[in-house]
Design a protein around this ligand. Sequence first.
Ligand code: CMC
Length: 394
Amino acid sequence: MTDIKKGLAGVVVDYTAVSKVNPETNSLLYRGYPVQELAATQPFEAVAYLLWNGELPTEVELARLRATERSYRVLPADVRAGIDLVPLDAHPMDEVRTALSLIGARDLAGSGSVLDASGSAAENLSRSIRLFSVLPAIVAYGQRRRRGQQPVAPRDDLDYAANFLWMTFGEEADPVVVDAFNRSMILYAEHSFNASTFTARVIASTLSDLYSAVVGAVGALKGPLHGGANEAVLHIFDEIGAAENVVPWLDAALAEKRKIMGFGHRVYKRGDSRVPTMKAALDTLVAHYDRPDVLALYETLESEFVSRKGIYPNLDYPSGPAYNLMGFDTLTFTPLFVAARIVGWTAHVIEQLGANALIRPLSEYNGPDERHIEGYVPDDAVLSAAERPEESAG
Ligand code: CMC
């Protein structure tokens, strides 16, 4: 009997130097640095540099990346026109997927045959930086167009996180909010061979292009078992309404065998290493916006669910309410995850191409035994020996 690893659970498929998830010590390292330390001390741009290049930037390197990032912040008019073709009531992840696909087609236009698709490491790093730089404009534009608001031009005097909030809301965010947002971007940036990153690596392994890999990854991230969970957490919060409703709501949800979004993880079984950092950021937002009701609901659901099931929150649990307090629409939460994870995906695509092997696993067939179409006569049964073409070598 073949030992099937359903969902590839527990299967190690390759090496990576990008990040290390260690469920035993409950730690997550980006290129060796604990993510908590990075979130507490670094701007997202520096962490992006680290994930792509393996080392934190010097001041000069960071200034250079920031200058490049600023130069690609504006949403090109034709990409904006493409987004406008997406129905307003389509899911924003479909909008983001479409925009990224369009950017790829535009960028690779005239680039020749599929044989040249994968590009050099230097080309792919430039493409990665461009996607990282333009994604805030895509996400901000999406939320604003759904609200019937005009787009807001980027501000060169603001760094990545502050400018992202500026372009979304059209007002300068409080430093407390910028800090919480920056931390969330860092925490979401990378997480080894998760479903969307693995999708990106599978696509890259065929020597397709980086944009195709990223578009595929967006599709994987949309699912509620993966990135869609941050949105799903807010739907649950809205359903419950207030802390005092948690117990009856949870009784009913568990009786219906519902999955409680924002809890559980394939790798972490005793808690997600990113949660304490994001929960601390949520606490600062709760204090800033004076919303103890949000904290009460959060903590009541967490303690009730953990005590009943022994399953702990993942990063999507604190980030959902945090993004809600910042003013993002619930449907914008997973696109925010894209804006952060673009760094991890592209770092992995570059790594995959640096030591590529086509990713092509096997399966165990469990369909019907061989059978035949009634009345079908195989070609070689009707051709006489003299009429048969010569055997071809292929
Ligand atoms: N609510 C209720 N039961 C759960 C949950 C949950 N959130 N998570 C796991 N379980 C139960 C599950 O029903 C199963 O029970 P049983 O053995 O009785 O059938 C058992 O725990 C094992 O669950 P599983 O789904 O087989 O385990 P997995 O390792 O495949 O699951 C998971 C990982 C993330 C898919 C799952 O925990 C889940 O569906 N969580 C909710 C969605 C979510 O929050 N996803 C975000 C994941 S982390 C961040 C990210 O990637 O974006």
